[in-house]
Ligand binder design. Structure first.
Ligand code: SAH
Ligand code: SF4
Length: 369
């Protein structure tokens, strides 16, 4: 199979080109064609020598992911489902706002963490995505949106690694993808506009701080180990004390001077005033400096068979007020794209090969959400 050039960050592409006897600046040109201009066809890369274009044609390709489906929400949100082979699909969501366009990207097919409130977790883990499969989501969405809008300038200004999967459990593939997003010859996104969301893979938080310090969101969901062990089973391995320390350490490298905590509001589970007060105590311990942070409350997005309910709006507001009164900046996430099951925690597309009654192999597509 040909080498997929989407698998490389700029350093990787330079090394690959050098092995072909090409100079570094050729790799830079190629990288710009691919990521800045969204060009996949080498024959269109007019400032590359004909001989190089021919070699590329022979050895390499820019291979994006096949689209299974696309849904457009009434609020402008777009959800794509991509086929990643062997019955697995992943989802990518574009969320337009007045001052920005955010792309929510998947890092794995399924997820091994198994949070009790998450449709992806309920689906189980299939496999890690490659760097190419991660960056292809951005490459494809940016190119498609530009074409549809008839513009040359950037449409996607922000990326959040908040789709399917736990990005820090796919670290090796994640980092080159992040570097491509940040690279001035790639997408040129600032570190503050690229956010990795994690359920708390403590050792990898530390590595990310050194290797590629982008904005960090931590999925907290509970103020105590007892409750968090149930909701986010990874907490058994990396309990809250370690997680809080990892957040503090990350701040030394972070592009922002705070950590964002995400908190999914589950009716009667983690949404009482007592929980809110416990959260305040967690991030402002009595004899230690407060942890600079913001809270982002996400009203639970139900999916079939979760057995959980969304906290009522008044409860979410009261919870937010308690945190705010304690001096912690708190926002309530607006649900976007819920008419197309594109909201947080609803991504769980899969493609299943099924044999229908007549015995024919039929590829059917199912979205549980
Ligand atoms: N695996 C990473 C990133 C993907 S999930 C993580 O867990 O951080 C992005 C956010 O959506 C996380 O904060 C996650 O906890 C939250 N989430 C998951 N399922 C949800 C649901 N059903 N309703 C609301 N938020 C949910
Ligand atoms: Fe995985 Fe994040 Fe879902 Fe938890 S919330 S199961 S870590 S994708």
């Amino acid at each position: 199979m040909k080498t997929n050039l989407l698998d490389f960050d700029l350093d990787g592409l330079v090394a690959w080109c050098q092995a072909l006897g090409e100079k570094k600046f050729r790799a830079v040109q190629l990288f710009r064609w691919i990521h800045q201009r969204g060009v996949a066809d080498f024959s269109q890369m007019t400032d590359l020598a004909k001989s190089l274009r021919d070699t590329l044609q022979l050895l390499a390709e820019v291979r994006t992911l096949p689209v299974v489906s696309r849904h457009d929400s009434a609020d402008g949100t777009i959800k794509w489902m991509f086929d990643v082979g062997q019955g697995n699909a992943i989802e990518t969501v574009f969320i337009p706002e007045t001052d920005r366009g955010t792309l929510c990207i998947s890092s794995q097919a399924g997820c091994a963490v198994g949070c009790t409130f998450c449709a992806t977790g309920a689906q189980g883990f299939s496999r890690n995505l490659s760097t190419a499969e991660i960056i292809a989501q951005l490459w494809f969405a940016e190119r498609t949106l530009r074409q549809e809008r008839g513009v040359d300038e950037r449409v996607i200004s922000n990326v959040v690694m908040m789709g399917m999967g736990e990005p820090l459990q796919n670290y090796a593939a994640l980092v080159p993808a992040l570097k491509t997003m940040l690279d001035d010859h790639g997408y040129g996104l600032s570190r503050r506009r690229v956010t990795v969301s994690t359920s708390g893979v403590v050792p990898m938080m530390e590595r990310l701080g050194h290797d590629c310090p982008v904005a960090l969101a931590v999925s907290l969901h509970a103020p105590s180990d007892a409750l968090r062990n149930e909701l986010v089973p990874l907490n058994i391995k990396y309990p809250l004390a370690e997680l809080m320390q990892a957040c503090r350490d990350y701040l030394a490298h972070a592009p922002r001077d705070f950590i964002t905590f995400e908190y999914c509001m589950l009716d009667g589970v983690n949404d009482s005033d007592v929980h809110a007060q416990a959260l305040v105590n967690l991030v402002r311990p009595a004899h230690t400096e407060a942890l600079p942070c913001k809270f982002n409350l996400i009203p639970f997005n139900p999916y079939p068979a979760s057995g959980l309910l969304r906290s009522p709006p008044e409860r979410v507001k009261a919870f937010a007020a308690l945190l705010s009164e304690a001096g912690i900046v708190t926002t309530i996430r607006k649900t976007r794209g819920d008419d197309i099951a594109a909201a947080c925690g609803q991504l769980a597309g899969d493609i299943q090969d099924r044999t229908d009654v007549s015995g024919r192999r039929a590829k059917t597509i199912r979205i549980h959400a």
